[in-house]
Ligand binder design. Structure first.
Ligand code: NAD
Ligand code: UDP
Ligand code: UDP
Length: 343
C-alpha cells in the first residue's frame, strides 16, 4: 500500500496546511538527488517498494542509468538529468540529498566541482526544501571526523580535518553542507536530518572507483593482486548497503535532526579485509603493497549508540555475510566488460 499523507501543501504560498483525511490523501512524493549512484539506487528501490513516488535528480557523473533501468516504465518513478549546482523547481514532500561523488578517486578528479556540488548543490536543495516545506536529509560522511583523535567516533566529536589538503573538497565540503543544513533549520525553520555515513559497500558500486572494497573484489575476480596501500594496518568499519538504506529511512521518517552516525562498528585493518576477500572469492589471491594516499585517516569506527537509542536502528549484516552478496553483481559486470572488449 502507498504511503498515505494527509498533509497537503499549498505550493504557491509555500505554506503547509492540514486537510481532512480523504481529500488530500495521496502518496508521499520524494526526491533523491544522486539516485543513479550506488547508495541512491538502493534507496530508490526501497522507496518505490513501499509505494512512494520517487523523482531522481542525477548528472550521471558517477551514477549510471543501469542502476535504475529496472524502474523505467514504472509510473511512480521519474529520472531527471540535472546538476544540483543549478537551481531546480519541484514539488515534493521529502528530499534525500545524496548527490556528490563519494570515492576519493572521483572526488579528487575535479575538486572544485566537488566543493561546488557540496556547497551550491546543498544550498539549492535547502532553498527548494524551504520554498515547498519539504523535509531535507543530508548524507554527510564519517570524513567530517578527518584523521580522528577520538576512537571510536561519537557525533559529539568535532573532528581533525586538514582544511587545505587533497581530501578537503570532500570533507570540508560536507562539513559546510552540515553547517548550511543546520543554518536553514535554525534560521528558516526547514525540517532537516543529518546522517554521517561510514564506509558502505554492496552491489552496484562502480567497478573501478578506487574504493578499497570494490578494488579488492574486482581484483580478486580478475585474478589480479589485491592492492594494499601503506602498511595495511589502517582501519575502516564496513557497512552493507541495505543496513544503510534502512538507517536513512528511519532517520528521515523519525523525529530527530541528528547528526547520526550510520555505520557498522565491525572494524578491520586493510590486511584483514584482504583476508576476508580471499576467503570469499579466491584463496590464492596475492597482495601487492602500494604507497598510501595523502591525509589517509589511520582508523575509523562509528559509535552508534545514538542511532540505536533514538532511531531504534542498528546494522544487521556483518562483513563476512555482506561481501558474498556483491560478488555476483561484480562478476557479471566484469564479464560484460570483457565481452565488450572482445576478450
Ligand atoms: P556514488 O558516486 O555512487 O553516487 C553519487 C551520485 O551523485 C552519482 O549518481 C552521481 O552521478 C551523482 N552526482 C554527483 N555530483 C552531482 C551533481 N553535481 N548533480 C547531480 N548529481 C550528482 O556515491 P555513493 O557511494 O552512492 O554515495 C552517495 C552519498 O553518500 C554521497 O553524498 C556520499 O558522500 C555519501 N557517503 C557515501 C559513503 C559510502 O561509503 N558509499 C560514505 C559516506 C558518505
Ligand atoms: N532554489 C532552488 N529551488 C527552489 C528554491 C530555491 O533551486 O525551489 C535555490 C535558489 O536558486 C537559491 C538557493 O536555492 O540559489 C537558496 O535559496 P534561498 O531561497 O534560501 O535563498 P535566496 O534565493 O534568497 O538566495
Ligand atoms: N585502500 C587500499 N587499497 C585500495 C584502495 C584503498 O588499501 O586499493 C585503503 C586506503 O588507503 C584507505 C582505506 O583503504 O586507508 C579505505 O579507502 P577508501 O578509498 O575505500 O575509503 P575512505 O578512505 O574514504 O575511507
Amino acid at each position: 500500500p502507498g504511503y498515505i499523507s494527509t498533509r497537503r501543501r499549498d505550493y504557491r504560498s509555500g505554506g503547509v496546511g492540514r486537510v481532512p483525511a480523504g481529500i488530500g490523501s495521496r502518496r508521499l512524493r520524494i526526491v533523491v538527488t544522486g539516485g543513479a549512484g550506488f547508495v541512491g539506487s538502493h534507496l530508490v528501490d526501497m522507496l518505490i517498494g513501499r509505494g512512494n513516488e520517487v523523482i531522481v535528480i542525477d548528472n550521471f557523473f558517477t551514477g549510471r542509468k543501469d542502476n535504475l533501468v529496472h524502474l523505467f516504465g514504472n509510473s511512480r518513478f521519474e529520472l531527471i538529468r540535472h546538476d544540483v549546482v543549478e537551481p531546480i523547481l519541484l514539488e515534493v514532500d521529502q528530499i534525500y540529498h545524496l548527490a556528490c561523488p563519494a570515492s576519493p578517486v572521483h572526488y579528487k578528479y575535479n575538486p572544485v566541482k566537488t566543493i561546488k556540488t557540496n556547497v551550491m548543490g546543498t544550498l539549492n536543495m535547502l532553498g527548494l526544501a524551504k520554498r515547498i516545506g519539504a523535509r531535507f536529509l543530508l548524507t554527510s560522511t564519517s570524513e567530517v571526523y578527518g584523521d580522528p583523535l577520538e576512537h571510536p567516533q561519537k557525533e559529539t566529536y568535532w573532528g581533525n580535518v586538514n582544511p587545505i589538503g587533497e581530501r578537503s573538497c570532500y570533507d570540508e565540503g560536507k562539513r559546510t553542507a552540515e553547517t548550511l543544513t543546520m543554518d536553514y533549520h535554525r534560521g528558516a525553520g526547514v525540517e532537516v536530518r543529518i546522517a554521517r555515513i561510514f564506509n558502505t559497500y554492496g552491489p552496484r558500486m562502480c567497478l573501478d572507483d578506487g574504493r578499497v572494497v570494490s578494488n579488492f573484489v574486482a581484483q580478486a575476480i580478475r585474478k589480479q593482486p589485491l592492492t594494499v596501500y601503506g602498511d595495511g594496518k589502517q582501519t575502516r568499519s564496513f557497512q552493507y548497503v541495505s543496513d544503510l538504506v534502512n538507517g536513512l529511512v528511519a532517520l528521515m521518517d523519525g523525529e530527530h535532526v541528528g547528526p547520526f552516525n550510520l555505520g557498522n562498528p565491525g572494524e578491520f585493518t586493510m590486511l584483514e579485509l584482504a583476508q576476508v576477500v580471499k576467503e570469499t572469492i579466491d584463496s590464492s589471491a596475492t597482495i601487492e603493497y602500494k604507497p598510501n594516499t595523502a591525509d589517509d585517516p589511520h582508523m575509523r569506527k562509528p559509535d552508534i549508540s545514538k542511532a540505536k537509542e533514538l532511531l531504534n536502528w542498528e546494522p544487521k549484516v556483518p562483513l563476512r555475510e555482506g561481501l558474498p552478496l556483491m560478488v555476483n553483481d561484480f562478476r557479471n559486470r566484469i564479464l560484460n566488460e570483457d565481452e565488450g572488449r572482445g576478450m
